[in-house]
Design a protein around this ligand. Structure first.
Ligand code: NDP
Length: 334
């Protein structure tokens, strides 16, 4: 059945300005790291993407290596884009990245100009796009001069293959240096993509000077927080054991160590606070990363339409009292 997007799609999710740019992102964005590889039915992927767009989630985040196998998430997304979303291309912000291992040999990982620009070309071909909206350096590469990596991002924009560029998982200090280089080139970085959740607060830490959140704001960059649900831990998913169809059961990125008694006790404490707010824990975890105006968007994953709907429902209550924040701080520790 052909897809016709809901005509109420812009009625729910708020859009927030990305740093000092003219671009706005939905408060909740959808990532395709898990759940969009060749190991998952294409129909489920289609259902999740359609529902997301119908709810106002206009941003889909990918990377060259998402799958499994690497590249398959971009290929599957390209198929669904061609079949369902082609008429809506200009209503979508589609991102990709290069940085982690992608192909064999010395040019298939890291931050070199050779790798980044070759990988962007491959990503465009897999997705059937002539440009992405945001292209990221997926991780800092200490073995490549920052000037080379930033120069490659600048070229991605001047060649028309990316509208904007960003960085992921760079420290506060490296972020400030990167932005200085990019300002000199006339292509300021739009956005930073760090991990951030109630169980992972490194972006708030200012031990060595300004925190990443402060630095991004001062540098005019937006922030999109990845894994705000701590890969599913900050939901009701693991409160009664490890479900067979869960990411933890699959035993890859969410390791058993994350499900320690300490962490589960924190999750139970947080779930009680969420219930008192009339929210699910997933909804509170998303609202919580959005409480700082420096954070533009919460970048979630979802393995079902029901999860997606639950998570997007976070936008119904984004406000916190100082009492609630203090209660959360009792449990929200790294
Ligand atoms: P989340 O923290 O949102 O975890 C998503 C997982 O949580 C789902 O797969 C599901 O687990 C579970 N879940 C989601 N919603 C609910 C709900 N409402 N109720 C119960 N369980 C729920 O984010 P991800 O770790 O998936 O990361 C999100 C995106 O961030 C990625 O797709 C990617 O785009 C980006 N990312 C970027 C990285 C980078 O280096 N830049 C690194 C990691 C992620 P289950 O599958 O078990 O059902």
């Amino acid at each position: 059945d052909p897809y016709i997007a809901s005509d109420r799609r812009y009625d729910g999710v708020p859009y927030r300005r990305v740093g000092e740019s003219g671009l706005r992102l939905p408060a909740v964005s959808l990532g395709l790291w898990h759940n969009f590889g060749d190991d998952k039915p294409l129909q489920t992927q289609r259902d999740i993407l359609r529902r997301a767009f119908d709810l106002g989630v206009t941003h889909f985040d990918l990377a060259n290596n998402y799958g499994p196998p690497p590249g398959s998430a971009e290929r599957n997304f390209g198929t669904l884009l061609a079949e369902d979303f082609r008429p809506y291309r200009d209503e979508l912000i589609i991102s990709s990245k290069a940085g982690w291992d992608m192909w064999p040999g010395p040019y298939g990982f890291g931050g070199s100009r050779k790798y980044l620009l070759s990988s962007l070309e491959q990503s465009l071909r897999r997705m059937g796009l002539d440009h992405v909206d945001i292209f990221y350096s997926h991780r800092p590469d200490p073995e490549t001069p920052l000037e080379e990596t930033m120069g490659a991002l600048h070229s991605a924009v001047t060649s028309g293959k990316a509208l904007h560029v960003g960085i992921s998982s760079y420290s506060a200090e490296l972020t400030a240096r990167a932005q200085e280089i990019m300002r000199g080139l006339g292509t300021p970085l739009l956005i930073h993509q760090p991990s951030y959740s109630m169980l992972n607060r490194w972006v708030e830490s200012d031990e060595d000077g300004a925190s990443l959140l402060e630095t991004a704001a001062a540098e005019g960059m937006g922030v999109i927080a990845f894994s705000p649900l701590a890969q599913g831990l900050l939901t009701d998913r693991y409160l009664a054991g490890v479900p067979e169809d869960s990411r933890a059961a699959a035993g890859k990125s969410l390791s058993g160590g994350m499900l320690s008694d300490d962490n589960l006790a924190r999750v139970r404490g947080l779930a009680g606070i969420a219930a008192a707010r009339g929210q699910t824990l997933a909804q509170m975890a998303i609202a919580w990363v959005l409480r700082d105006p420096a954070v533009t968007s919460a970048l979630i994953g979802a393995s079902s339409v029901a999860q997606l709907e639950d998570s997007v429902g976070a936008v119904a209550n984004l406000a916190f009292t100082s009492e609630e924040l203090a209660a959360i701080d009792e449990f929200a520790v790294d």
